[in-house]
Ligand binder design. Structure first.
Ligand code: NAG
Ligand code: NAG
Ligand code: NAG
Ligand code: NAG
Ligand code: NAG
Ligand code: NAG
Ligand code: NAG
Length: 432
C-alpha cells in the first residue's frame, strides 16, 4: 500500500518539476527548432540605386510544430523609403499610399510596414515561385520537408544606403502567428536559392532572421486534454473539468463570424465536461507476458474544423521499446543524449492524415516490457506528457489515475519481478 502512495508521490513530483508551461522559448524536445527567414538578393546594383530583386524564403525547422490555416503573415519595417514594385508568390495585404512615387508605374506596396501573405493554391503560374502558394501553411520538418518551406520574390526600389554600401536592413520582423518572436536580420554568407524545379542561383547578399516559439508567449486556452482507462480497472478517468473552458462560456458557444478569412475559425465544440476541441485517450488494453498493448485515440470535438497533417507527441519511458505500431507514422524524438522516451506520431498519407470534424484517428502499439522498470502501479503505464499539434494537453491529476484493484497483490507482483531477495525480505516482513 505504501509503495503505491510513494510511487504516486514520485510521479506527482516529477510531473510538477518537468512541467514546461512556464518555460521560455527553449524546448527540450526540439532544442534546434526554429523558423528561419532568408533574404537572398538575386540582383543588387548599389551604385545605380536600381531596384533589387530578393527571394525571401521561410523555412520551418521545427520537428513537430507546423503553421496552420490561416497561415503566416510576414511583416517588417523598412529602414528607409523602400517600395515593393512587384511581388510573386505572395502579395501585400495593402498597397498603401503611393502618391510620393511619381510616374505612371504603380508600385505593389508603399507601406512602411508591409504585410505579405502567401498566395492560395492554384495561383496562375506567372505569379508563382518555387515553394509558394500554399495559403501560408507550413508543414513540420518531420512530416514533410518540402512543404515546410515557403517563398516569395520581390522587386524593391528606393532603398536607403548604409555606410557599407548595402541596403539598410529592415527590422521588426513578425510571422503573424501567435507564440513566435523573431530576431533582427543578420548578414550571413550568401547562399544559393532555388528559382524553379531545376535551377539554383547564387545570392549576391544574404540576410537571415530566426523566429522562435514559446508556449508561454502564445498563452490562450489549451486546445486539448487527456483521458485514461485500463483493462484492469473499469474507471475511466476523464479530462479534468473545464480543461479548455467551461460549458456555456461565451467564446465557445458563439457562432464564429463567417467571412473574415484572416482570423482562425473559433472552435465550436461538442458540449462536454472538458470543452476541448481535441481529446487524446490513452487506454492500457492488454497485458502479455513480455509485452503490453496501448490504444491511443485522438477525437476531434471541433464541429467546424478538420485538422490536416495533425501530429501527436507522447512521452513515456517505455517508448524506447516500441515493437509494433499500427495506423500511424512514428519517429522517436531523441534530441538529447540517450533519453529516448518521447516520440512523434502522425497520420498516414491518404489514410488518416486528416482528423475530420467530429471524427477520430486511432492507433495501437505494442511495447516490450523492461523487467527492471515495468509496472502497472503508481500510474507508470500512463503518458507523462502529451502534445497535439505542438500544444501541451491538460492531463488528469496523477492521484486520480486508475489503480490496480488490489494494491497488496501489486506489491507482491513487483517484488516477484524484482527478484527472490526482495520476496524473502517481504515474507519476513509480513511474518513479523
Ligand atoms: C535554426 O534551426 C536550424 C536547423 O535546425 C539550426 O541549424 C540553427 O542553428 C537554428 N538557429 C537558431 C538560432 O537556433
Ligand atoms: C526529405 O524527406 C525525404 C522523404 O521523407 C527524405 O528522403 C530526404 O532525405 C529528406 N531531406 C532532408 C534534407 O531532410
Ligand atoms: C532591431 O533593430 C532595430 C532597428 O535597427 C533596433 O531598434 C532594435 O533595438 C533591434 N532589436 C534587437 C533585439 O536587437
Ligand atoms: C472536412 O472534410 C470533410 C470531408 O472531406 C468535408 O466534407 C468538410 O466540409 C470539411 N470541413 C471543413 C470545416 O473544412
Ligand atoms: C529510440 O527508440 C526507438 C523505438 O521507439 C528505437 O527504434 C531507436 O533506435 C531508439 N534510439 C536510440 C538512439 O536509442
Ligand atoms: C531498462 O530500464 C533500465 C532502468 O530504467 C535502463 O537502464 C535500461 O536501459 C532499460 N533497458 C532496456 C532494454 O530498455
Ligand atoms: C480504480 O481506480 C480508481 C482510481 O484510482 C480507484 O479509486 C478504484 O478503487 C479502482 N477500482 C478498483 C476496482 O480497484
Amino acid at each position: 500500500m505504501g509503495m503505491g502512495r510513494f510511487a504516486f508521490a514520485l510521479l506527482l513530483v516529477s510531473l510538477c518539476c518537468t512541467s514546461s508551461r512556464l518555460a521560455d522559448a527553449y524546448d527540450p524536445l526540439d532544442p534546434n527548432g526554429n523558423i528561419t527567414i532568408v533574404w537572398d538578393f538575386q540582383s543588387l546594383d548599389v551604385k545605380a540605386m536600381a531596384p533589387y530583386t530578393v527571394m525571401v524564403s521561410i523555412h520551418n525547422y521545427q520537428l513537430y510544430r507546423h503553421i496552420e490555416h490561416p497561415g503566416w503573415r510576414l511583416s517588417w519595417n523598412w529602414a528607409g523609403k523602400e517600395v515593393i514594385w512587384n511581388s510573386v508568390g505572395a502579395e501585400a495585404t495593402e498597397q498603401g499610399d503611393c502618391s510620393r512615387v511619381g510616374g505612371a508605374a504603380r508600385p505593389h506596396c508603399c507601406q512602411k510596414r508591409p504585410v505579405m501573405v502567401d498566395m492560395p493554391p492554384g495561383t496562375p503560374y506567372n505569379q508563382q515561385v518555387a515553394n509558394c502558394c500554399r495559403g501560408g501553411v507550413l508543414s513540420s520538418s518531420t512530416q514533410n520537408n518540402v512543404t515546410s518551406t515557403a517563398a516569395l520574390q520581390m522587386v524593391v526600389g528606393e532603398f536607403a544606403l548604409a555606410k557599407d554600401k548595402e541596403p539598410e536592413r529592415p527590422w521588426g520582423f513578425d510571422i503573424g502567428v501567435p507564440g513566435y518572436t523573431c530576431s533582427n536580420a543578420t548578414k550571413v554568407p550568401s547562399t544559393r536559392s532555388k528559382v524553379d524545379k531545376q535551377r539554383y542561383v547564387q545570392a549576391l547578399l544574404t540576410w537571415q532572421v530566426t523566429c522562435a516559439y514559446s508556449q508561454f508567449r502564445e498563452s490562450g486556452a489549451p486546445p486539448c486534454c487527456v483521458s485514461l482507462s485500463t483493462f484492469y480497472n473499469s474507471t475511466i478517468v476523464n479530462c479534468p473539468l473545464c480543461s479548455c473552458g467551461c460549458r456555456g462560456d461565451d467564446q465557445l458557444g458563439m457562432l464564429p463570424a463567417v467571412g473574415d478569412d484572416d482570423e482562425p475559425v473559433a472552435p465550436i465544440v461538442h458540449c462536454s465536461q472538458h470543452m476541448c476541441p481535441i481529446r487524446v485517450h490513452w487506454h492500457v488494453k492488454v497485458n502479455y507476458r513480455q509485452y503490453w498493448r496501448v490504444k491511443v485515440t485522438v477525437k476531434n470535438y471541433n464541429l467546424v474544423r478538420n485538422y490536416s497533417d495533425w501530429n501527436l507527441v507522447l512521452q513515456h519511458p517505455n517508448l524506447q521499446s516500441i515493437t509494433q505500431l499500427f495506423s500511424f507514422n512514428y519517429r522517436p524524438l531523441v534530441e538529447y543524449g540517450t533519453l529516448n522516451d518521447t516520440g512523434m506520431f502522425w497520420g498516414i498519407q491518404y489514410y488518416n492524415e486528416m482528423l475530420l470534424q467530429d471524427g477520430d484517428v486511432q492507433t495501437e502499439m505494442i511495447l516490450e516490457k523492461n523487467q527492471s522498470d515495468f509496472t502497472f502501479s503508481g500510474g507508470w503505464a500512463f503518458p507523462r506528457r502529451v502534445y497535439f499539434d505542438g500544444h501541451e494537453c491538460v492531463m488528469p491529476p496523477a492521484d486520480q489515475y486508475p489503480s490496480l484493484p488490489n494494491e497488496a497483490s501489486l506489491t507482491t507482483t513487483r517484488s516477484l519481478i524484482a527478484g527472490p531477495c526482495l520476496l524473502l525480505l517481504l515474507s519476513l516482513f509480513l511474518l513479523l
